[in-house]
Ligand binder design. Structure first.
Ligand code: 5AD
Ligand code: SF4
Length: 449
């Protein structure tokens, strides 16, 4: 099967590429690496699909609905190709890794398939596809961290940036496809992380989010995550530092103490519980119990009382009973989450759960449980926001509010969105504000003094 001849093949500076990103923050961060690699090779980035000679789709495989969305999008690209037959379509990221050449067999519009560890080979593969031979690289690596590549920031507020500190995952949660799509865990050289952060700060960025599938197991030349966090926080007291995602089993007191020592490390911790039932946690291979998890929450509340805590929850995992579900609801109340990402369990091919357990919770039960979880979280988010009303907070302004030209929005250290009157605030400004009102999603503030 050969692709139509690519009109700009091998002419640096002329092949325009467009990239679309699905899935997690790690994928957003990877897309920024991809843009850097493509530009270095002479391709020109465009944010308009209509201009693109190459379309790259950075995909997610975590739940079936994530993949269904991408199949739908690919069918649309087939339509675009009828008008512009030279256009190449590359599927990259987790779904590329999971399905490999099957993607090309199942969808004729696909010309290039590249997994998360193959991005350095992308320019060459695009040229190969342009020459008429479909191109695939789904090799996973034990070493690749794209350490010295300077990502091209796509999220253009100029204030907040993601910095990848590690790749892959060794946790093997029984429901999860990520260890198969992103390979084994490896940490990025701390010096390259610090160089990237210093460069961002020098260019006016005021917040970095350190990213990894399990940042708590970061380890590079005897620098652990608490050590890395301290060094990043020392780049400047004016730089806010966030991190995601933490695994409860590795969430240490040392890390909480480090956070407490640096006021610029944001008071927000994302600590995915997945379930409140120890029986479910065992089946999920999470390697902690409900009691362990609640002990970690208690340690955070004790050492960092002003910290907000958020989570991920899965409704309807294999064999989940009403009692297990109620344990999740009660955990949510006890933890008092400020925010949560909530999902129905979606069976993923070749995971341990798919191989050894039955996806036996009926769809309508999953839906009903998820609805209950979402309704409870709305109450908890509102309560958490109401507690902020009357308080003084520091807001880092990110940009103009979408709702009104007279307002700007930013975030508190707790990661809560605040709407402020615009006045003459600019992205990157720190504004002291009094919180006067809220909804379950946002805070309303007025500047102090
Ligand atoms: N089904 C539903 N949710 C899942 N997650 C991971 N795998 C699955 C799955 N098979 C959720 C977890 C994880 C988040 C990124 O996605 O809650 O923390
Ligand atoms: Fe991110 Fe996981 Fe989706 Fe891959 S499968 S994009 S790691 S959420």
């Amino acid at each position: 099967m050969s692709a139509p001849k690519y009109r700009l093949a091998g002419e640096p500076g002329e092949g325009k590429f467009y990239i679309e990103t699905y899935g997690c923050q790690m994928n957003q961060s990877d897309s920024e690496v991809v843009v850097a690699v493509m530009q270095e090779a002479g391709f020109v980035y465009t944010d308009s699909l209509d201009e693109a000679d190459v379309v790259l789709v950075n995909t997610c495989a975590i739940r079936d609905n994530a993949e269904q969305r991408i199949w739908g999008r690919l069918a649309e690209f087939r339509g675009v190709k009828r008008r512009r037959p030279w256009m190449l379509v590359g599927i990259i990221g987790c779904m590329a890794e999971r399905l490999k050449d099957r993607l090309i067999e199942q969808e004729k519009a696909v010309d290039i398939v590249v997994g998360p560890d193959g991005y350095r080979s992308l320019p060459g593969l695009v040229r190969q596809a342009a020459g008429g031979t479909k191109a695939v690289n789904v090799l996973l690596s034990r070493e690749e961290t794209y350490a010295e590549i300077s990502p091209v920031r796509l999220d253009k507020n100029g204030v907040t940036a993601f910095v990848s500190i590690m790749r892959g995952c060794n946790n093997m949660c029984s429901y999860c496809v990520v260890p198969y799509t992103r390979g084994v865990e490896r940490s990025r050289d701390a010096e390259t992380i610090l160089a990237e952060v210093r460069d961002l700060f020098g260019r006016g960025y005021r917040e970095v989010t350190l990213l990894g599938q399990n940042v708590n197991s970061y380890n590079y030349n005897d620098v652990n995550f608490a050590g890395l966090l301290a060094r990043v926080a020392e780049v400047s007291p004016l730089l806010r530092v966030r991190f995601s995602t933490s695994h409860p089993k590795d969430f240490s007191d040392e890390l909480i103490e480090t956070m407490a020592r640096y006021p610029n490390v944001c008071r927000a911790i994302h600590l995915p519980a997945q379930s409140g039932s120890s029986r479910m946690l065992e089946l999920m291979n999470r390697r902690y119990t409900r009691e362990w998890y609640l002990d970690r929450i208690a340690a955070i509340r004790r050492m960092l009382p002003e910290c907000s805590i958020s989570t991920d929850l899965i409704a309807g995992f294999c064999t989940e009973t009403q009692e297990d579900h109620e344990a999740t609801l009660s955990l949510m109340r006890e933890a008092g989450y400020a925010f949560a990402y909530m999902f129905k369990y979606s069976e993923r091919p070749n995971t341990k759960a798919q191989r050894t357990m039955r996806d036996d919770v009926p769809e309508e039960v999953k839906t009903a449980r998820l609805t209950e979880i979402i309704n409870l979280q709305n109450e908890l988010s509102l309560a958490s926001n109401r507690a902020e009303v009357g308080r003084h907070v520091e807001v880092l302004v990110e940009g103009r509010s979408k709702r009104s030209a007279d307002e700007v929005y930013g975030r508190t250290s707790q990661n809560k969105v605040v709407i402020l009157p615009r006045m003459n605030f600019l992205p990157g400004d720190y504004v002291r504000a009094l919180i006067t009102d809220c909804s379950s999603a946002t805070l309303i503030g007025v500047p102090l003094g």
